[in-house]
Every structure is written in C-alpha cells, then in structure tokens.
Design a protein around this ligand. Structure first.
Ligand code: SAH
Ligand code: SF4
Length: 384
C-alpha cells in the first residue's frame, strides 16, 4: 500500500520524510512541488536526490480522486463532481469574482445532520472524506484553473467549507487539510479567507478556536429553539444559547471580528417580520457579551420532496430591512443555476443520484472516468 501525500500537512510530511531518513527541508521541497506546482510525478522533482525520488515512487503517491464531470458556466463558475468510491460522489464549485476566486469544498459524502431543508441531509451519510480528499479538491481545482486560464499565479484566493457535509463532524481530517491550505509552502491562504461553515457542533467550535482558528460561518436559520430544533435537529443537543456562547468565545481567537450567520429563507416557516425582530432581539441580547455577527440570507433552493418553498423576494427584502434597520450587516445571497436544479443545497442529492448511476454504468463499461471528465458541458452552477 502506498501512502497518499495529499493526506499530510507539512508537519506530518516531515515525520514521513524522517521515517525515510530525510531532513525537514526535504519535506518542504516536496510539499512545494506538490501543492505550489501541482506536481504528482516524483521523477519531475529535479531538486530531490534521485535515490529519494526512487524511494518515493515505491512507497508514496500524489493522488486526487477521479473527476466524474465538469461543468463550466457562462460566467466562469465551474462545478466538478468527484468519484470517491462505492458509488459516492462529492461536489466542488469554483466561483470567480472580480477581486477573488472562491472554492467551495465538500467535507463528507452525504451528511448525518438531517437538516430539514437540505438535499445533502436528505441523502443521508455515507462517509467522512479523508484529508487527501478535501485537499485533493483544492489541488485539482487550483492547478486545473492555472492551466485553463493560463495563469502562473494563484487563482483560488478563498476557500469555504460549504459543500456537502458537516466539516466539524470530520474534525481530525479537517485540521490537517486547513493547515495545508494556510501553509505558506502550500496554498498560502489567509486565515480570514478560509471559512468553516457549521450547523453548530459546539464542542468542535471551541476546539477549532484552539487548533486552527479560521473564519467561521454558522448556519442559524431560526430565531428560537423550538423552530431551530425542527429545522436543524442538532439544535436539540446544542441549543441556541450554547451555540451563540461558543460563537462569542470563538471571536477571541478568530481572524475576523464577526461570525457570519447563514439563514435559509423558507416561505411561511422562518421568514416573517416578527421572526426578524426576534432575531434582532436574540443578537442584541448577545452583543453585550461581545458577539458580533453578519447575516447572509440564503433564498431556499427547492429540491424534489422537500415540501418547502423559497420565500418571496419581497419578503426576503422585508426581513433583511428589519435586520439592517437594527444596524446588523445583512446580505442576500445570489443563487445561480437554480433553473437547472444546480443551486445551493439542491444540486448535491439530485446530481449525486444521477452520478451514482453514471459511475455504475461507466464501471460496467470499463470506461476511464478520467477521460470522461475531459468532456465539459455548458450550463450549471453554484453551491451553498
Ligand atoms: N454543513 C455545513 C456546511 C455545508 S451546508 C452547514 O450546515 O453549515 C452550507 C450552507 O448551505 C448552510 O448554511 C446550509 O444551511 C445551506 N443550505 C443547505 N441546503 C440549502 C438549500 N436547499 N437552500 C439554500 N441553502 C441551503
Ligand atoms: Fe449537513 Fe449542512 Fe446540509 Fe445540515 S445543511 S444536512 S449540516 S450539509
């Protein structure tokens, strides 16, 4: 069995190199070849001794998961579906903007948190991704994009852990992945530009503050416990009080001085003006202890069988205005691609089901999935 070097942050790679009788600076060279130059071929790493290259070829590999499909939209957004084995697929989305390039990364195949409005949640949990599978999404995307856009310098400037899965439920694999993203010898991303989004795994929020503080987004969705219990079942374990307490203490370590609160707008469920006022009261009651938040309202993206509806645009504006009038920074997230079932929270389940079938058929026919991935089709877009 060979070791996948994408599984290692720099410290772990140094330990691995030590076991091969090599000094730490060799690990640094190797790490730079892999992450900065996107090199997977040890033979091409010409400043490493031939003996080390030969050794590495027998015990290690640099291996990202196979691309099942790649969709490039007119506005430059790209979505990849990766095969992670056993019929599971995960999605990764690149969203270009004028001043930044954001990659949305998945942390699990499926999700066990069962949020009422989320297609990934409805799909159920398959498994945690490895560190290499999380880093592999960035490795593949960054080096594909540099090639595709003919750029020498970095294309991806921001990472959001907002794809499929609950990142804080995959904590031990997440931390080395985050460290690789932040490492100056790796992707060199700023802590302020790497965001972990969570449905509220309170003990891990505390731990993250100690181990690897990055920007934090919390999926709130409700202004009181009874409603949040229904929408985000994890709330029955960690109440709003506990969650907002964790957010407040996180700020003492965070690279930003606010938490982003995501709020999925569901017609007739959590979108009334009264609920907006309740949310303001909730936040104000916490402001005295130092909690600062920005709100990101996400229009619900429907998926088959959800039984829920997206709030009307006017209602979202009314809701946002209450927050704004109370002095809270509030934005409404743009959704893209929902006309083709490709937006936030709806795409995963649907496409994955189709992908499962596609992977099965491809395997039956013994088709090389890598070759299949080379075909791009227009359309598509978005993630959470
Ligand atoms: N598990 C993490 C991160 C992945 S979900 C979390 O819950 O935060 C990323 C974001 O997409 C969350 O804010 C989630 O609430 C939102 N989301 C999920 N399903 C959605 C849907 N159908 N429409 C709009 N937003 C959705
Ligand atoms: Fe999981 Fe996040 Fe979806 Fe909830 S919203 S089911 S935590 S991916």
């Amino acid at each position: 069995m060979t070791v996948n070097l994408l599984d290692f942050d720099l410290d772990n790679l140094a330990v691995f190199c030590e076991q091969l009788g090599e000094k730490r600076f060799r690990a640094v060279q190797l790490f730079r070849w892999i992450h900065q130059r996107g090199c997977a071929n040890f033979d091409a790493m010409t400043d490493l001794a031939k003996s080390l290259r030969d050794k590495l070829s027998t015990v290690a590999q640099v291996s990202a998961q196979n691309v099942v499909s790649q969709h490039i939209s007119g506005d430059g957004t790209i979505k990849w579906l990766f095969d992670v084995g056993s019929g599971n697929a995960i999605e990764t989305v690149f969203i270009p903007e004028e001043d930044r390039g954001t990659l949305c990364i998945s942390s699990q195949a499926g999700c066990a948190m069962s949020c009422r409005f989320c297609s990934t949640g409805h799909q159920g949990f398959s498994r945690n991704l490895t560190t290499g599978e999380m880093v592999g999404q960035l490795w593949h995307a960054e080096h594909f994009l540099r090639h595709h856009l003919q750029r020498q310098e970095r294309v991806i400037t921001n990472v959001v852990m907002m794809g499929m899965g609950e990142p804080l439920q995959n904590y031990s694999a997440l931390i080395p992945a985050l460290r690789t993203m932040l490492d100056d010898h790796g992707y060199g991303l700023s802590r302020r530009r790497v965001t972990v989004s969570t449905s509220g795994v309170v003990p891990k929020i505390h731990q993250l503050a100690q181990d690897c503080p990055v920007a934090l987004a919390v999926s709130l969705h409700a202004s009181n416990d009874p409603l949040r219990d229904k929408l985000v079942p994890l709330n029955t374990k960690h109440s709003l009080d506990e969650l907002l307490g964790a957010c407040t203490s996180y700020l003492a370590h965070a690279p930003r001085d606010f938490i982003t609160f995501e709020y999925c707008m569901l017609e007739g469920v959590n979108d009334s003006v009264e609920q907006a006022h309740e949310l303001v009261r909730l936040m104000k009651s916490r402001a005295v202890s130092g909690l600062r938040g920005k709100f990101n309202l996400i229009p619900f993206n429907p998926f088959p069988g959800s039984g829920l509806k997206r709030s009307q645009a006017q209602q979202i504006q009314r809701f946002a205005q209450v927050l704004l009038d109370a002095g809270m920074v509030t934005t409404v997230r743009k959704t893209r691609g929902d006309d083709i079932d490709a937006a936030c929270g709806q795409l995963a389940g649907d496409v994955v089901d189709r992908t499962r079938v596609a992977i099965r058929i491809a395997r039956q026919r013994d088709v090389d999935l890598k070759a299949a991935a080379a075909t791009t089709s227009p359309g598509t877009v978005c993630v959470h």
